[in-house]
Design a protein around this ligand. Structure first.
Ligand SMILES: Cc1cc2nc3c(=O)[nH]c(=O)nc-3n(C[C@H](O)[C@H](O)[C@H](O)COP(=O)(O)OP(=O)(O)OC[C@H]3O[C@@H](n4cnc5c(N)ncnc54)[C@H](O)[C@@H]3O)c2cc1C
Length: 411
C-alpha cells in the first residue's frame, strides 16, 4: 500500500478564508494542501457585491473592530482584525493592479468583475506553492497524537499535523455550502453556537402583510431598530418592500440582531418631526393629508398609510388632532413583528458557528491541538458592507501566522 501524501497543513474549503490562509501559510514556508468539494471554488466571492466583490470596508475601526461584528463574544474578533487591517488588503489589491472604488459608507468594490479577487488569491497561492485538490470530498478526519490529522478523501489518504477548517456557513446551499465545519467541531468536542441565517430579508404572515403587499418595489431610507435597552441596535439605511416582507440594506443589517418574536420599529422619515409638521400643516393648508405627507415620504407610502384610516381621507385642516398624532406615530415609529426570515437560500451569511470560547483569538486554533477554524464557520458575523470578507482575510492571516510559528517550534 502506498504511504499517504503528507503536508505541513491542510486547508479544507477554498473560499475567501481558505484561499487566503493557504497562500499566506505557503508564503511562510509551509507545504500546504488546499482542498474543496466544489467543482468551482470561491463561488461566494464571484457572486458577492453584485458581481463586483465588496472586498473590505475602510470604516472598520481597527481600535474597536468589534463594533461592526455580531457573535456571543463580539470582542473575540479584535485581535485578528487589528493585526490584518483593511489597509493591508487594499495594498494587496493594489499590488495586483485591481482597480476599485468606494461606494457607500467606506465599502470598497472592484471596478471590474469579482473574479479578479479570485485570480489574485490563486496567484498568491501559486506564489506560496500551494497544492490544490478539487473537487475533492473529505469522508473522514481522524487525529492521533504525534501523527496529527489523517483525512480520508475522494483522492486518497492525506496527512498533516495542522488542519484548517474554512468551509464557511450554510447560506446559499446551491453553491457548495455545507455543515461540514460544525460537524468537525462537534467531532472534536468543540461547542457550536446554533447557526441561523443573517443579513437576510424578513418575512411577515400572509394576512398581516396584505395591506403592504402592493408596496413591493418601493425603496426609501429609514431608521430601523430592534432590541430592548442595552441590546437595542439601530441602522439608518435603505429599506425595500417586497411581496413577502421587507428587504434592503436596513433590513439585512437589522436581521443579524433580530430575535424571533421581537418587533422592529421603523421611522419612515428620519430626521423629520412628523407630528410637528402635521400640526403646522393643519394651521396653514387645505391639501389632503396624503399630499402633505408626500413631502416627507414617498407618495405610495403616504397613500397606503392614509388609506388604512377613513378619518384621514380629508383635507389636513379638517383632521382631528388625535388622528394626525396617530398617523405621525405610525410614520415615525411603525412597529411590526416579522414572522420569520427568507432562510439560508437568501441569507448572505450564517450567524452563529464554532464557539469562540473554544478558539484562540490570536491564532484561531481550537482547544483540539493543531485544528483551526477561520472565516464564516466561526461565530463571528460582520455587518453588510465588506466586513465579512475582512473577517475572512484577517482570521486567515492570523491562522497562517499561528501555524507557521507552531511549525517552527515543532508544536
Ligand atoms: C450573495 C452573497 C453576496 C455577498 N457579498 C459580500 C460582499 O460583497 N462583501 C462581503 O464582505 N461579504 C459578502 N458576502 C459574504 C461572504 O461571501 C462570506 O462571508 C465569505 O465568503 C466567507 O468566507 P469563507 O471562506 O469563510 O466561506 P466561503 O467563501 O463560503 O467558502 C467556503 C468554501 O468551502 C467549501 N466547502 C464547504 N463545505 C465543504 C466540504 N464539506 N468539503 C470541502 N469543501 C467544502 C465551499 O465549496 C467553499 O468553496 C456575500 C455572501 C453572499 C451569499
Amino acid at each position: 500500500m502506498s504511504s499517504p501524501s503528507s503536508f505541513d497543513a491542510i486547508v479544507i474549503g477554498a473560499g475567501a478564508a481558505g484561499l487566503f490562509c493557504a497562500a499566506q501559510a505557503g508564503q511562510r514556508g509551509l507545504k500546504v494542501l488546499l482542498l474543496d468539494h466544489a467543482e468551482r471554488i470561491a463561488e461566494k466571492i464571484r457572486i458577492s457585491g453584485g458581481g463586483r466583490a465588496n472586498f473590505t470596508n475602510r470604516e472598520l475601526d481597527v481600535r474597536a473592530p468589534q463594533r461592526h461584528f455580531v457573535g456571543e463574544n463580539s470582542h473575540f474578533c479584535r485581535s485578528a482584525l487589528s493585526r490584518y487591517t483593511p489597509q493591508h488588503f487594499i495594498e494587496l489589491v493594489e499590488k495586483h493592479g485591481i482597480a476599485y472604488h468606494e461606494k457607500h459608507k467606506g465599502q470598497l468594490f472592484c471596478d471590474g468583475p469579482s473574479q479578479q479577487i479570485i485570480d489574485m488569491l490563486l496567484a498568491e497561492c501559486a506564489q506560496g506553492g500551494v497544492t490544490h485538490w478539487q473537487p475533492c470530498k473529505v469522508d473522514a478526519v481522524a487525529y492521533a497524537a504525534g501523527e496529527g490529522y489523517t483525512l480520508q478523501t475522494s483522492r486518497g489518504e492525506v496527512r498533516a499535523p495542522q488542519l484548517v477548517v474554512a468551509t464557511g456557513g450554510l447560506s446559499i446551499p446551491q453553491i457548495g455550502a455545507s455543515d461540514f465545519g460544525y460537524r468537525i467541531a462537534t467531532q472534536f468536542g468543540l461547542r457550536v453556537v446554533e447557526p441561523r441565517p443573517a443579513l437576510v430579508p424578513l418575512t411577515f404572515g400572509g394576512d398581516a402583510w396584505a395591506p403592504y403587499a402592493d408596496l413591493a418595489g418601493l425603496a426609501l431610507p429609514v431608521q430601523i431598530e430592534t432590541g430592548a435597552k442595552k441590546e437595542r441596535m439601530s441602522f439608518l439605511e435603505d429599506l425595500l418592500f417586497t411581496h413577502r416582507g421587507l428587504s434592503g440594506p436596513a433590513v439585512l443589517q437589522i436581521s443579524s440582531y433580530w430575535k424571533p418574536g421581537a418587533p422592529l420599529t421603523l421611522d419612515f422619515a428620519p430626521g423629520v418631526q412628523i407630528d410637528t409638521e402635521l400640526r403646522e400643516a393643519k394651521l396653514r393648508s387645505k391639501k389632503r393629508i396624503a399630499n402633505e405627507l408626500a413631502q416627507w415620504v414617498p407618495s405610495r407610502l403616504a397613500d397606503a398609510w392614509v388609506g388604512q384610516d377613513p378619518a384621514l381621507s380629508r383635507p389636513v385642516n379638517e383632521a382631528a388632532d388625535k388622528a394626525l398624532a396617530q398617523l405621525a406615530e405610525r410614520i415615525g415609529r411603525w412597529q411590526i413583528t416579522p414572522s420569520g426570515t427568507e432562510g439560508y437560500k437568501k441569507a448572505e451569511v450564517t450567524a452563529g458557528g464554532v464557539d469562540t470560547r473554544d478558539l484562540s483569538s490570536q491564532t484561531l486554533e481550537s482547544k483540539q491541538p493543531g485544528l483551526y477554524f477561520i472565516g464564516e464557520v466561526v461565530d463571528v458575523t460582520g455587518w453588510l458592507g465588506g466586513y465579512n470578507f475582512q473577517w475572512a482575510w484577517a482570521s486567515a492571516a492570523a491562522c497562517a501566522q499561528g501555524m507557521a510559528a507552531a511549525s517552527q517550534t515543532g508544536l
